[in-house]
Design a binder for this molecule. Structure first.
Ligand SMILES: C[S@@+](CC[C@H](N)C(=O)[O-])C[C@H]1O[C@@H](n2cnc3c(N)ncnc32)[C@H](O)[C@@H]1O
Ligand code: SF4
Ligand code: SF4
Length: 339
């Protein structure tokens, strides 16, 4: 069994690509444009990086990414088909803006995932005008068409995820009703924490109807680190086939959660990324190596990486609180129903 620091590994999240058709203003790929390579995993590379004997150990394989939309990866369908063939039982998740490719492709993707898994479509407005205030460059009608095609297969679960801002806070119920009508089984809406990281965003404003809960800040006294991914047995694979501790390390050159460049500095201090390459090293060899050992050692002292303090401090930060379900879901006003 694969393990890190004596904790078994059962989940991975995979960044399939750094390409995207959209330009969402608070996404790391939009903000950090020009500071990362444009690239996608290939089916041949993915099979080498995650061979059947590793895949068969996993319970969850998520295709999301920090710097791109998984549906933009040319080999995305083949990669999902390979994942399912190598592990008939794992849960496969696929998170997308959904305004890419045609209905036939989404039908095939849902069938490739099968009954154990879900596709999450991002819908941020009840109308095209409202949706594209955040999902710039996408077509709402196409999202619903592709979502319907996937739902009509009766295979994996279909979710709709909504980011709530000032401009769309009165559309939560309308989007939920649309999601049900087009065949989604699950609807989740949440207010973003990213204003805390990015400051004022011009014409984007935080929702006042659904404010964030549990807003506290962490200084140097972070109280130690409780690593969310290690405790949850989860690791991340980036678009260069590196095995990284979590998706917050994936966008190391443009990370929103850590001071500019500090994650890259940390990675340089830990000896660079080559020892984490899944094309040249075995999984357990990487997990037993210096990088993972040194990272654990850093959590015990004030030298904990900024990103670990921000996301996983025991004295929880405002961002860490977003990973709790009660604050992840929209906080309902007293007379609201149905979110
Ligand atoms: C970089 S995206 C990649 C997946 C896909 N392109 C998408 O947008 O769903 C990773 C996740 O970040 C979420 N995301 C994008 N903008 C966000 C924001 N302002 N606040 C919180 N989450 C956000 C997306 O909805 C998605 O679940
Ligand atoms: S669709 Fe996803 S990856 Fe693309 S810009 Fe928006 S948040 Fe980023
Ligand atoms: S940010 Fe640090 S502590 Fe949190 S999950 Fe990632 S590696 Fe673990």
């Amino acid at each position: 069994m694969l393990h890190w620091n004596n904790k078994p590994i059962s989940n991975i999240t995979v960044g399939l690509t750094t390409h995207c058709n959209a330009g969402c203003p608070q996404c790391a790929r939009t903000i950090g444009k020009g500071n990362y390579d444009l690239e996608s995993l290939s089916i041949e590379g993915f099979k080498r990086a995650v061979p059947p004997e590793v895949m068969s150990e996993l319970m969850y394989v998520g295709f999301c990414g920090s710097l791109g939309d998984p549906a933009m990866c040319p080999d995305a369908l083949e990669i999902v088909e390979y994942t399912r063939a190598a592990n008939p039982d794992c849960h496969i998740a696929f998170l997308t803006n959904g305004s890419i490719r045609d209905a036939g492709w989404w039908d095939a993707l849902a069938r490739a995932i099968g009954k154990k898994g879900h596709i999450t479509f991002a819908v941020d407005g009840a109308t095209q005008e409202s949706h594209e205030k955040y999902r710039i460059g996408t077509k709402l009608a196409k999202v619903w068409e592709n979502l319907s095609a996937a739902a009509d297969t009766g295979q994996c679960m279909i979710d709709v995820q909504m980011l709530v801002y000032k401009h769309n806070e009165d559309e939560v119920e309308a989007i939920e009703a649309q999601a049900k009508r087009y065949g989604a089984a699950h609807f989740i809406a949440f207010s973003t924490y990213r204003f805390d990281l990015l400051g004022d965003q011009g014409n984007l404003q935080p929702s006042t109807k659904y404010p964030l809960k549990h807003v506290t800040r962490v200084g140097d006294d972070h109280g130690g680190i409780s690593c969310l991914t290690m405790n949850g047995g989860r690791l991340a694979v980036d678009t260069k086939y590196h095995l990284l501790p979590c998706c917050w390390f994936v966008d190391y050159d443009v990370n929103l959660h850590s001071k500019a460049g500090s994650l890259r500095q940390l990675i340089d201090d830990l000896g660079g990324l080559e020892p984490l390459s899944l094309l040249t090293h075995a999984w357990q060899e990487i997990l037993d190596g210096e990088f993972y050992k040194k990272l654990v050692a850093m959590w015990d002292c004030q030298k904990a990486p900024g990103v670990c303090k921000a996301m996983c401090a025991k004295n929880r930060s405002h961002i860490a609180s977003m990973t709790a379900k009660d604050s992840w879901f929209v906080q309902k006003p007293s007379n609201a129903t149905g979110v």
